[in-house]
Design a binder for this molecule. Structure first.
Ligand SMILES: *[C@@H]1O[C@H](CO)[C@@H](O)[C@H](O)[C@H]1NC(C)=O
Ligand SMILES: *[C@@H]1O[C@H](CO)[C@@H](O)[C@H](O)[C@H]1NC(C)=O
Ligand SMILES: *[C@@H]1O[C@H](CO)[C@@H](O)[C@H](O)[C@H]1NC(C)=O
Ligand SMILES: *[C@@H]1O[C@H](CO)[C@@H](O)[C@H](O)[C@H]1NC(C)=O
Length: 351
């Protein structure tokens, strides 16, 4: 009789059916039986051992690297999800037929694969380039490596691939509570109703010319406007104070009422806030700035470390190409796009 089944079913299936007792109404009802355990009762221990046996032929991944990574739990979970293809990037959603478009939201050009999302998108790459030490960049940006190898390679302690990120994170997270020496530095959005002005200046070139730059962002962290200035010859302190002056003038011209000013020169901040006496060369500028500050409904000037002021810093470098004087920018120049993003996502430094 079984040969009739054999023409319709695979050999193995037939043999399994052959070995199975046919149902019989006089017998007891069927019940669930967990084969891996002798009692037939399910237990996690036997399930694990069973799976362990089944998958032990596959390459064993060093999952402990993920769970032993020293950092916030939610980031560990994120790594774990990524390595299990559980993060719904557009390419992944497309693979699951949840969308037709697998394109990246940021660059609108390429498919949003994990590599693209985390490493290769133009919006992201520039940030990595600033963070990853040059000697590790060949590994980090290797286009031929598999995603899993790349992740574990970066997590590996001894390879120190991301020593900078790891180092800063560890320093920040492992520091005992109450130790105030280490501070997190990052740019943050101003409160609702406020705008934030960041400005900076630098001196460069054979003629030691001074260049300034600054920008205003709203409470969503978006660009409102900016300026660059070619200041000619002056001291670094004066050039920095000039950039505050130009920034405030610009803020008034666009009717900003409530303003926070962040600036990475502590002496200039103290001079304007009347904590130290302004030096003679800066006195008139400082007075002008105090007048401008009074024109706002509310204005607050504070010092920020340069890690929180990168956009203004790169704007001041962008100023090299401009004629002397102040130039207002309604659109952010391309060269600062990645820094704007850097601030928007709140990249954090510890110092
Ligand atoms: C069911 O089991 C009883 C007792 O073992 C047996 O006498 C009977 O023939 C079986 N019925 C069938 C259809 O196999
Ligand atoms: C299996 O589970 C049942 C019900 O949960 C219990 O009555 C029985 O004693 C268990 N058997 C063994 C061997 O542990
Ligand atoms: C899982 O498998 C590995 C290698 O095959 C073995 O060393 C380990 O003891 C197993 N673990 C358990 C709980 O059976
Ligand atoms: C900030 O600016 C962006 C872009 O101009 C705008 O879409 C957003 O609504 C603004 N947010 C606030 C709180 O004004």
């Amino acid at each position: 009789m079984w040969h009739k089944f054999a023409t319709h079913l695979p050999q193995l299936t037939v043999q399994l059916v052959v070995a199975t007792l046919p149902p019989n109404s006089t017998m007891e009802d069927d019940e669930a039986y967990w084969n891996p355990s002798p009692s037939g009762n399910f237990s996690l221990r036997t399930a694990y051992a069973y799976l362990n046996d089944t998958v032990s032929t596959l390459p064993r991944l060093p999952w402990s690297l993920v769970w032993k990574w020293i950092g916030p739990q939610r980031i560990k979970s994120f790594f774990w999800l990524l390595l299990n293809r559980g993060v719904l990037s557009n390419a992944e959603r497309n693979r699951r037929h949840l969308t037709d478009v697998d394109r990246c939201h940021l660059c609108q050009v390429e498919s949003e694969s994990y590599f693209h999302l985390l490493r290769d998108c133009t919006a992201v790459k520039d940030i990595w380039l600033q963070i990853i030490p040059i000697r590790f960049q060949a590994f980090f940006f290797n286009p031929y490596i598999s995603f899993v190898d790349w992740c574990f390679g970066n997590l590996k302690e001894d390879s120190q691939k991301c020593s900078v990120i790891e180092g800063t994170l560890k320093k920040g997270l492992l520091q005992p509570a109450g130790d105030t020496q280490l501070r997190a530095v990052f740019w943050s959005c101003p409160l609702q109703g406020f705008v934030k002005l960041n400005c900076d200046a630098s001196i460069t070139g054979a003629l030691s010319s001074a260049f300034g730059g600054g920008l205003i962002r709203n409470s969503s962290g978006r660009w409102v406007g900016g300026f660059v200035s070619n200041l000619g010859q002056c001291s670094i302190l004066r050039s920095k104070i000039w950039s505050i002056f130009h920034g405030l003038e610009y803020a008034l011209s666009i009717n900003a009422r409530n303003i926070l000013i962040e600036f990475n020169n502590a002496i200039a901040v103290d001079m304007i806030n009347d904590v130290v006496l302004p030096s003679a060369s800066c006195l008139s500028l400082v007075r002008q700035i105090r007048q401008l500050l009074n024109a706002f409904d509310s204005a607050h000037l504070s010092h920020i470390h340069r890690e929180g002021n990168f956009v203004a810093d790169s704007l001041s470098h962008h100023a090299y190409t401009f004629d002397p004087g102040v130039h207002y920018l309604s659109e952010p120049p391309d060269c600062i796009a990645s820094w704007l993003f850097h601030d928007l996502v709140g990249v954090t430094y510890f110092r």
